[in-house]
Design a binder for this molecule. Structure first.
Ligand SMILES: Nc1nc2c(c(=O)[nH]1)N[C@H]1C(S)=C(S)[C@@H](COP(=O)(O)O)O[C@H]1N2
Ligand SMILES: [Mo]
Length: 257
């Protein structure tokens, strides 16, 4: 099977399995929707399950002494968008992470709310397509916990991360950064909404107050300055339709490493 065939086949299999992979990975956090889907997916063959499982493997984690003293910052490093500037000047006390779209309970989470959710810390290597890597420690709320608090509706298949910054300066919204994940990556154990980097509040250059860490994928998937998470059935109606700022400009949507 070629890489492309394999990818679309896996996508189809994943759609059939629904929350199966996430569920198998973390049975304690099963929500009713995932449980229903899991029950429906029982007919899946062992072969399909094996093919899906590698995506749930953990990215390598490192020791504190491996942390890069000079972690690079890339893309937007100091958003000038007025709404963001106002939040930053108030020390992000007015920040609310909106969670909406295909969810049972739309949320608006303060940083304190996020800090109250199940958290994870990990020391990982960030790989940018531009050819550099840095190792950092990230602490944040597990995305699975946020999505479970909101309760995904049955039709939800992707989560879209809307960011505060326009990477491409233009008057319309097409220059604004965004990203998306499918539910396998959204429920992955290492997928977190990081509010700390190297044991300090996340710096503005690295995405303050909250950025995504999705450790099995390349740097551009790690959306910084996340303002809103939208659960959707399809990525096609959003912006350029390819699921992300860079994807709309030709990058792969699944940037696995
Ligand atoms: N909102 C937003 N997120 C973004 C970007 C950006 O420009 N804006 N750049 C991406 C790219 S290409 C990389 S490599 C990483 C850089 O993260 P860092 O600044 O913490 O190194 O953020 C990603 N997320
Ligand atoms: Mo990057």
């Amino acid at each position: 099977m070629s890489r492309i065939d394999r990818r679309s086949w896996l996508k189809g299999a994943a759609a059939a399995a629904g929350g199966l992979v996430a569920a198998a990975c973390d049975r304690l956090t099963l929500n009713p929707t995932v449980q229903q889907t899991l029950a429906r997916a029982e007919g899946l063959t062992r072969r399909t399950q094996r093919a899906l499982f590698p995506r749930m493997a953990l990215a390598p984690e490192f020791s504190p002494e491996d942390i890069s003293p000079d972690f690079r910052a890339n893309g937007t490093i100091n958003p000038q968008d007025p709404a963001y500037v106002a939040l930053r000047e108030a020390g992000f006390s007015d920040y609310r992470l909106v969670v909406d779209g295909l969810v049972e309970r739309p949320l608006a989470l303060s940083l304190a709310d996020l800090r109250a959710l199940p958290a994870r810390s990990q020391i990982t290597r960030h790989d940018c397509v531009e050819g550099w890597s840095s190792i950092g420690k990230w602490t944040g709320a597990r995305l699975s916990a946020v999505l479970e608090a909101a309760g995904l509706k049955e039709g939800a298949r992707f989560v879209v991360f809307h960011c505060a910054d326009k990477l491409e300066p233009r008057v319309d919204e097409r220059g604004r950064y965004y990203e998306s994940l499918d539910l396998e990556d959204a429920f992955h154990e290492q997928t977190i909404l990081a509010y700390e980097m190297n044991d300090a509040p996340l710096p503005v250059a690295h995405g303050a107050p909250v950025r995504l860490r999705v450790e099995r994928q390349l740097g551009y998937k790690h959306a910084k300055y996340v303002m809103r998470i939208e659960a959707v059935e399809s990525l096609t109606p959003i912006r350029g339709g390819k699921g992300g700022f860079w994807e709309d400009r030709g990058y792969e949507w699944y940037a696995g490493i």
